[in-house]
Design a protein around this ligand. Structure first.
Ligand SMILES: [Zn+2]
Length: 397
């Protein structure tokens, strides 16, 4: 341990003294990213030491009545910081049984993402907060899937992305829980104003679409006895029962999807025109498809060509995607521009829009997908995977 600590200290001294003036712009970003990764991994080492001290009963031996007190006294950290670290160690740390065998972390995927340096303490804190709120009635398999989905989301996004994914995930795991609470919906209710446009005066239009109720759901949700949760075009979540009640009074468009989220049926006997294409996209994509975009539910998005029109893109439904104005503006041929493409058939997320980041964000240009609007599909996918897994892998003795 001492040898590693000396090497670490030497490395930090070297970085503090290194001349940055000769480093190129893109390397400054790369260095930031690499350092962040190392700092995050170092955070996992810190949790390891807290676990070790707890297993040795070190706080009691040294006269402290809690592990938190030990950290406050020994490291001179705040009480809040100490409490956060001890809580993180409890969920992410690798404890041992009394016979000395190492146990799995309470949140195994989150712990391994932190050890890889892909997520930091803030990501982990948000995941722990979401996991604590999952009701006890949810099955162990679904709890494990939820943790895995959140950890995966954290590896590619910000803590805010995880928070938003968690909100959707909880609604799908517990459609009859807090979701139907009017106070909750009242708190989230709001009005947004768009640009004024010359209109026919008959029906209001929003981005070329007549004002109508668009509610999306899946076969799984419709088949559920207990009722499921549907998604509105503005990204709201609505219990299925409420959506059906709404349908009695309005002329809603129902968009139905297969298990992989591909449109099965667009409930209007009409030739496929741009309006229907847009409705299908609202149903299929739910909002801005750029990973990390928190701003835009489907009703705030424009239809964008996956392959730019001027580069040969067509207006077939397969070539269209939803993007908010701010994200759409980031797609260009310049050095800081993003590119979009469609995940190929056979890919896990076949048919989804992939966004390829510019080199300053990811030098390898690995495509990213926005899963924010698709918590229900991710859970369904995880459930099918668990169901299809051969029994040998289930750890059946
Ligand atoms: Zn966006």
């Amino acid at each position: 341990m001492r040898e590693h600590l000396t090497a670490l200290d030497d490395a930090v001294s070297g970085l503090l003294d290194a001349d940055l003036s000769a480093v190129s712009d893109s390397d400054v970003v790369l260095i930031m990213q690499q350092l962040e990764k190392s700092v995050r991994r170092a955070g996992a080492v810190s949790l390891r030491l807290i676990v070790e001290s707890a297993e040795r009963s070190l706080p009691a031996t040294l006269g402290f009545n809690s592990p938190n007190k030990l950290l406050v006294e020994v490291l001179r950290v705040s009480a809040a910081d100490a409490s956060a670290r001890v809580a993180a160690a409890r969920d992410l740390g690798l404890f041992h049984t009394t016979s000395g065998e190492q146990m799995e972390a309470a949140l195994p995927e989150t712990a391994s993402a932190q050890r890889d340096g892909d997520i930091g303490a803030d990501h982990a804190r948000v995941i722990r907060k979401i996991m604590r709120k999952i009701p006890h009635a949810v099955t162990n398999a679904d709890v494990a899937s939820a943790e895995s989905i959140l950890a995966q989301c954290a590896r590619g996004g910000t803590p805010e992305d995880v928070e938003s994914a968690g909100h959707h995930l909880r609604a799908h795991l517990d459609p009859d829980g807090n979701l139907g609470d009017d106070r909750d919906r009242f708190r989230r209710r709001g009005v947004s104003l768009g640009r004024q446009d010359s209109e026919s005066g008959i029906l209001g239009r929003h981005r070329g679409l007549p004002v109508t109720v668009i509610v999306t759901t899946t076969l799984d949700q419709l088949e559920k006895d207990a009722g499921g949760v549907t998604t509105t075009a503005s990204g709201g979540l609505l219990p299925l029962g409420d959506a059906l009640k709404l349908a009695e009074r309005a002329h809603p468009v129902l968009v139905l999807f297969d298990h992989d989220g591909r449109p099965l049926h667009l409930g209007r006997r009409r030739r496929v025109a741009s309006t229907d294409q847009r409705r299908a996209l609202i149903g299929a994509e739910g909002g801005c498809t750029r990973p990390g975009c928190a701003a835009a539910p489907a009703s705030m998005c424009a239809v964008h060509h996956v392959l730019e029109w001027r580069n040969g893109g067509s207006t077939d439904i397969d070539s269209l995607t939803l993007a908010c104005d701010a994200c759409h503006a980031q797609v260009h041929d310049g050095p800081t521009g993003w590119a979009t493409t469609r995940a190929a058939a056979g890919d896990t997320y076949a048919g989804c829009t992939e966004w390829i980041p510019p080199p300053h964000i990811d030098p390898d240009g690995n495509p990213r997908i926005n899963h924010r609007h698709h918590a229900g599909e991710l859970i369904a996918r995880a459930r099918r995977k668990a169901r299809d897994r051969p029994r040998a892998e289930d750890g059946v003795p």
